[in-house]
Design a protein around this ligand. Structure first.
Ligand SMILES: N[C@@H](CCC(=O)N[C@@H](CS)C(=O)NCC(=O)O)C(=O)O
Length: 220
């Protein structure tokens, strides 16, 4: 057990919520340092010294600084989990989880960030068709990844579900999930919502995020 874990974050952030879900699953105590990105907390010198990329989440573990939610969740499981279920040690199983994590980092979350950052930084509210299409593609990929499995990589819940789940539940800020078109995604998100403390760790921030963005965005 670590002496001191600190998570710097903001609840509306999907990657921060993915870390909270992982910390919860591992039953780890941590200090949560709430940042106000809208007020520019992440550009203050003391934070930039810790994370020059000025993003949340940032994890501090006895002085070690780790950022990018995907690096954080892998680290947490590798260091603190009692079993490898959430992030398997078997190389093929691990590669499957990694693929979904990299998909979240490069495709899924980016489809959202490419809409939210222009709004937060420059009040750009018009969402061009190609960005809406990116969200639709992201939902479509998840639907295919799920296949007939309850979780993203098979029958076992992993950190890929936490990362992709936190992002996918937030996509409704731009485009509601069409449950008829993507029934597996809908069933998967419903399944995740049954996890202990999911409301507190993910849904509360998701609702805030959606309420902040959805009313002001105009889709092309
Ligand atoms: N790939 C990163 C993305 C992190 C990210 O973009 N976080 C946003 C909040 S959701 C942020 O900190 N934005 C501020 C900035 O980029 O300056 C991760 O998974 O941690």
């Amino acid at each position: 057990m670590s002496d001191k874990l600190i998570l710097y974050g903001m609840d509306i952030s999907p990657p921060v919520r993915a870390c909270k879900l992982t910390l919860r699953a591992l039953k780890l105590d941590y200090e949560y340092k709430e940042m106000d990105l809208l007020a520019g907390d992440h550009f203050k010198d003391e934070f930039l010294k810790k994370n020059p990329q000025h993003t949340v989440p940032l994890l501090e573990d006895n002085g070690a600084l780790i950022w990018d939610s995907h690096a954080i969740v892998c680290y947490l499981v590798d260091k603190y989990a009692k079993s490898d279920e959430l992030y398997p040690r078997d190389l093929v199983l691990r590669a499957r989880v990694d693929q979904r994590l990299f998909f979240d980092a490069s495709i899924l979350f980016m489809s959202l960030r490419n809409v939210s950052i222009p709004f937060f930084l420059r009040h750009v509210s018009l969402v061009p068709k190609e960005k809406v299409d990116n969200i639709k593609d992201a939902y479509g990929h998840l639907e295919k990844f799920l296949g007939d499995n309850p979780y993203l990589t098979g029958s076992q819940l992993t950190i890929a579900d936490f990362c992709c789940g936190a992002t996918a539940s937030s996509l409704a800020a731009v485009l509601d999930l069409d449950e008829k078109k993507y029934p597996k995604v809908a069933a998967w998100l419903e399944r995740l919502s049954k996890l202990p403390h999911y409301e507190e760790d993910n849904l509360r921030g998701t609702k805030k995020y959606i309420n902040l963005l959805k009313p002001v965005l105009n889709l092309e």
